[in-house]
Structures are given as structure tokens and as C-alpha cells.
Write a protein that binds this ligand. Structure first.
Ligand code: ADP
Ligand code: MG
Ligand code: ZN
Length: 198
């Protein structure tokens, strides 16, 4: 039975690494708690760079979270009484997350998700573009370009890998502005490595 909640809907927080997505997500969820709303927070298991059962920002803010394997796992662990659902690193879930977020919002929940809008090549990172399209609110956060100090919208990969996801390597990425971003750098590094081995 849907309950009336004036803040029901979907909010997306997106941007490159180091732009303050987790910080902003934590801020909104803390305020919801202050308002005595029932909050549940999720993060995918793939991201175990820090404390496993918390979402953590690079500025060392943190909030306890349920670590889940997939979208079905979120569904299973959802409490009927939950009013606000927070999800960090949402780019690591498959496309069924779109349907789940829509359904939760339609049922009267406030759903707040945070994640990368672009991958290391500068290509939109599904399912985030689709979530942005159906959301009521979209916040784009910018980092500071590691090279020049300008507002940074891109995530630069500094290691040689063609995998879309490289986790556990914090020094493998930095924030870059559009001008300083080098989308071909990882493959260039891979070629240099190959050349060095021959
Ligand atoms: P995200 O979740 O988007 O990766 P976090 O919320 O974890 O970002 O971290 C944001 C914090 O990271 C900032 O408040 C700042 O303290 C720190 N930080 C480190 N490097 C940068 C950078 N290049 N640009 C902006 N903030 C940075
Ligand atoms: Mg984060
Ligand atoms: Zn720059």
C-alpha cells in the first residue's frame, strides 16, 4: 500500500572520482535521519577499497551500509518501513537497478543514488545515464583537476588496463578537466609496457 511522502522520487548524484558524490550522499542521508526517517543504505560488494560495511568518502566521512551482491540482494534486504533508500557506486549494478529505483519511488520512497556518470574512457557509464533520465533531481558534482586546478568532470586512469572496472587501486585514478583528460592513456601505457617486454 503506497504511503504519502512529499519527498518521494529519485535523486541522482553523479560526477568523476573525488568529486564528492559519497560526501553528498552521506550528507543527505544524515539529514533524513535527523528528520527521523527510516533510512537504508546499500553499496555493491565489488567496491571493497575501504571498510566493508560502510560507505566512505575520500574525506573520511562514513555511514554504515549493507553490502549487496546484486539488485536482487537489495530487493531482498529492503525493509517495508524504509522511507529513504541510499545507494552508492550505483554504476556497478546492472540495468535492473533502473526498474527497482522506479518502483521504489513509485511506492513513495525517496531514492538517492550516487555513481560515476562516465567511465575512464569518458563514455557514459550505464545504468547511470538512464537513472539520470528518469530522476526528479540530478546533481553533477565536479572535482578539482589534478593537473591544472580547473573544475574536473573526468576520471583519468593512470594504469594500463582495458577492463572497465579496476578496483582496489586508489592511486590508479585522478580527476581531470576536459582539457587535461587523456582518454587513450591506458591503452598507450599498455602498448608501452608490451614494447618494453619485447
Ligand atoms: P567521490 O565519492 O565522488 O569519489 P568523495 O565524497 O569520496 O568523492 O570525496 C570527496 C573529497 O575528496 C573532497 O571533499 C576532498 O576532501 C577530497 N579530494 C581528494 N582529491 C580531490 C580532487 N582532486 N578534487 C576534489 N576533491 C578531492
Ligand atoms: Mg564515492
Ligand atoms: Zn585540467
Amino acid at each position: 500500500m503506497p504511503f504519502h511522502n512529499p519527498t518521494a522520487g529519485l535523486e541522482v548524484i553523479c560526477g568523476p572520482m573525488f568529486s564528492g558524490k559519497s560526501e553528498e550522499l552521506i550528507r543527505r542521508l544524515r539529514r533524513a535521519r535527523i528528520a527521523r526517517q527510516r533510512v537504508q543504505v546499500y553499496k555493491p560488494r565489488i567496491d571493497d577499497r575501504y571498510a566493508a560495511d560502510r560507505i566512505v568518502s575520500h574525506s573520511e566521512q562514513s555511514l554504515e551500509a549493507l553490502v549487496v551482491r546484486d539488485v536482487e540482494d537489495i530487493r531482498k534486504r529492503l525493509d517495508d518501513r524504509t522511507e529513504v533508500v541510499g545507494i552508492d557506486e550505483v554504476q556497478f549494478f546492472d540495468r535492473t537497478i533502473i526498474d527497482l529505483c522506479e518502483r521504489l519511488a513509485n511506492m513513495g520512497r525517496r531514492v538517492i543514488v550516487a555513481g560515476l556518470d562516465l567511465d575512464y574512457r569518458g563514455v557514459p557509464f550505464e545504468p547511470v545515464p538512464q537513472l539520470m533520465a528518469v530522476a526528479e533531481f540530478v546533481t553533477k558534482t565536479l572535482a578539482v583537476c589534478h593537473r591544472c586546478g580547473a573544475p574536473a568532470s573526468r576520471t583519468q586512469r593512470l594504469v594500463a588496463s582495458e577492463e572497465r572496472i579496476v578496483v582496489g587501486a586508489l592511486d590508479a585514478y585522478e580527476a581531470r578537466c576536459r582539457r587535461c583528460f587523456e582518454p587513450d592513456l591506458p591503452s598507450q601505457l599498455a602498448m608501452d609496457l608490451n614494447a618494453a617486454h619485447t
